[in-house]
Write a protein that binds this ligand. Structure first.
Ligand SMILES: *Cc1c(COP(=O)(O)O)cnc(C)c1O
Length: 387
């Protein structure tokens, strides 16, 4: 085991300005899940992404849950969802007693396949049961093919929830990722491109719906002098202290995007020419925040699995991870309907079998990235010599 400092996948990166907003919260005694930082953070984020409004909540998962609730998703309803994603994209479907239908990736963005989505819609139409919503996920900073997806969903009149937890600051045809659906969600978990330690945001152009989201997120308290409740509610609002952290983080978001893109470029220029190594593409017309640098290894070109590389990095005290395991393969979702992009090959399964994420923190030093690159180069050299 290496005695060098651990290099993490995506650690928090504070700007130094966070304390100013935290102090304001303390000085005014707004130590609550509401207050001036919450209001300001909502306005500033909505302004940044170009949506009419935003509701700050305690996590990205909570934001997805509220979006489903606002769209009236309930028991027995179907919700289409990207299969290639983190479990948080789909867990709220189960909270509502609804049924997910998972949709495969396509190779150009690794995100939801318009072809598979169209198949799922055609079948649902034939069965006479359309989904109540479609959850579209933008992984590792790359936007899905939103033009195609929006046009398919509009033709069936089914609303989109855009899970942009990993793509804050990314663009699709010049428009901010997360603003293409009826609702968009962002996450400020500790490993995301900006963080509040934990937190999330729901965005929409429907301000009435956002007002309803705030109501649901504060236990659905009716306007009465006593505590009165006519419907189920949640405790999902974001703390005014954490919203202060978010405000300072938002100020440096564009710097964080540039730093992560530079890290990606450095990996590509050092490892891109290795036979059998392929980096995540960036679709023409899109701009990825490159939240995590991800790559695929081709077992036909080089006899190596992602786990061997991950383990080699682990021995040098470097954290790397496999790509998301598709949700249709998760034990939790055994037996769930799934639509693949191709008949004979499931794109998300290939990505999972071949891919890994490299340390990509915006505060990673050049020497640290050199350490990562050298371990990978060495591993590939060994393999080329022995094979
Ligand atoms: C992080 C993440 C979430 C959940 O966000 P939390 O704030 O951790 O609840 C949802 N979807 C994706 C794709 C994520 O990466």
């Amino acid at each position: 085991m290496s005695n060098q400092l651990k290099i993490l996948l995506s650690p928090p990166h504070m700007s130094g300005n966070e304390q100013k907003y935290i102090n304001q919260a303390f000085e005014t005694n707004w130590i609550a899940p509401l207050g001036p930082n919450v209001d300001a953070f909502e306005h500033e984020l909505a302004h940044y992404v170009g949506s009419k409004g935003a509701a700050a909540v305690s996590s990205g998962t909570a934001a997805i849950h509220l979006a489903l609730e606002l769209l009236g998703v309930g028991k027995g309803d179907k919700v289409f969802c990207s299969t290639f994603t983190f479990i948080a994209s789909a867990n709220p479907i189960l909270y509502q007693g609804a049924e997910p239908v998972f949709i495969d990736s396509e190779p150009e963005t690794w995100n939801i396949s318009p072809v598979a989505l169209q198949k799922a819609f055609s079948d649902a139409k034939k069965e006479g049961k359309l989904p109540k919503a479609v959850i579209v996920v933008n992984l590792y900073g790359q936007s899905a093919k939103m033009d195609d997806i929006v046009s398919i969903c509009e033709s069936y009149n089914v609303p989109i929830i855009e899970d942009a937890a990993e793509s804050l600051g990314s663009l699709y045809n010049g428009k901010k990722s997360g603003t293409f659906g009826k609702f968009g969600i962002y996450s400020f978990n500790g490993n995301k491109i900006i963080t509040t330690s934990g937190g999330g945001m729901l965005v929409s152009n429907d301000e009435e719906a956002l007002q309803k989201a705030r109501f649901l997120a504060t236990q659905s308290r009716d306007p009465a002098p006593h505590y009165q409740h006519s419907q189920i509610g949640y405790n999902y609002r974001l703390s005014n202290i954490l919203a202060g952290v978010g405000r300072a983080q938002l100020e440096v978001l564009d710097d964080r995007v540039s730093a992560r893109r530079k890290i990606f470029e450095t990996y590509v220029s050092n490892l891109g020419s290795i036979e059998g190594v392929e980096f995540m593409p960036e679709l023409e017309g899109t701009f990825s925040n490159r939240w995590l640098t991800t790559l695929l290894v081709d077992p036909k070109a080089i006899p190596v699995t992602p786990y061997e590389i991950i383990n080699a990095l682990g021995e040098e005290n470097i954290e790397a991870r496999p790509l998301w395991k598709p949700l249709h393969l998760q034990p939790l979702f055994k037996g769930t309907d799934f639509y693949s992009h191709n008949d004979n090959i499931v794109i998300s399964e290939v990505l999972f079998a071949r891919g890994l994420c490299l340390p990509s923190g915006s505060n990673m030093k050049k020497e640290e990235q050199d350490r990562v690159i050298n371990v990978i180069k060495q591993k590939f050299n060994e393999l080329t010599i022995t094979s």
